[in-house]
Design a protein around this ligand. Sequence first.
Ligand SMILES: C[S@@+](CC[C@H](N)C(=O)[O-])C[C@H]1O[C@@H](n2cnc3c(N)ncnc32)[C@H](O)[C@@H]1O
Length: 379
Amino acid sequence: MKIKDNIKIILSCIIARPYVNVVDINLTTRCNQRCVYCEIGEGLMKAEKDLLKLKDLKWIVDQMKHDSIPTLVLLGGEPFLFKDLFNLLDYASQHIADITIITNGMRIPGLSEHEIAILKRSKCKMIVSLDSFHPETNNTIRGVDNAFENAINAIHILLKNQIPVQIETVISEYNYQEIARIVKDADALGVSSVRFVPVITTSNFPAVEAIPNKNDLNPKPDHMSILEREFHEILAYEKDHAIETNIRDLQKWMHYYIAFQADSSEHKDAFFTYRLKRLFCWTLYSRIKISASGEVQPCNLIPSPITIHDTPTRSLVETWNRSCHQSRMSMKKQMYPRQCNDCYSHHSLNLFLSTLRYPLSNRASVRALLHDAVQRFRR
Ligand SMILES: C[S@@+](CC[C@H](N)C(=O)[O-])C[C@H]1O[C@@H](n2cnc3c(N)ncnc32)[C@H](O)[C@@H]1O
């Protein structure tokens, strides 16, 4: 990220004014995998026929161009099941430079040359979801027999066509002891980075309830020493290899997150117990989330009754500001939506921005952040 962007983010945080830099669109709720940590996979979110139309999506792209929003992220469900994906890419790439698709890769081995050519032409980045390099473990997590084979074939095909690939891995009780291997095997394939996330325990789709006892899928506090060992192995590996990961960041807060997820007390609270006294959530000021039925959500965990169809005369950013208003106001009064407790985004950039905006309330974090800045500078 450029220095200019960082300054804009910091200013936007200090004066609490939106600076939108990403639009995420769930193109569909249909999926061809049955992941253990996803409401679609567990049959709680019924697959509906696709509700977003190409003309809606072109309108969103036009709005992004009008408001100079640089990044479009397409996901779902499985975005490659969305009928108009390639028409959308053709249109969007004429107006937006930075497009990312998050996919399980299942459909990529079957793409035509013409479709691959559109992916190349659109200069999109691909994030392929892969949770293990042990085929059986990966297929168990992702709920179908050929998940591993398809993801690996997809990565080979994409890289052969010079389409950049990252891997996204959910760290869970199934794979916490093998994440270093994931990085090494991904590097051997030619993947540029691996981003790890823990299991988010709120529902992925605010329209439906979360999978019961979803937090059980996270590693447990007594798995933390193994996870720490894996983190160290990855950091040592990263020193001598081109592949990048987010482990340095994750290492700082994963133990809080795991402890929190294992806490079964009624009054558990992520902010006050562990880290922040007062939260400023950057997502509510920077990232527009659009669901597969066109809802303009404040973030991917919080629902909204407001859709792109409600007020056709309003711009996308105005509609989104309306959708965020309530959550922004309650957070200013330190009344956090319950979903915040199950989100991990407050542990990294939000920790920094919250400390900057509320230095007195968050004075306990100042030392850690300064220490972090010095370490970063030394590196
Ligand atoms: C919801 S999926 C949609 C895109 C596509 N079907 C895929 O599998 O990549 C987007 C990403 O979210 C991850 N994901 C799904 N449920 C999650 C959860 N409960 N916690 C953390 N990540 C999750 C998936 O593994 C995937 O990397």
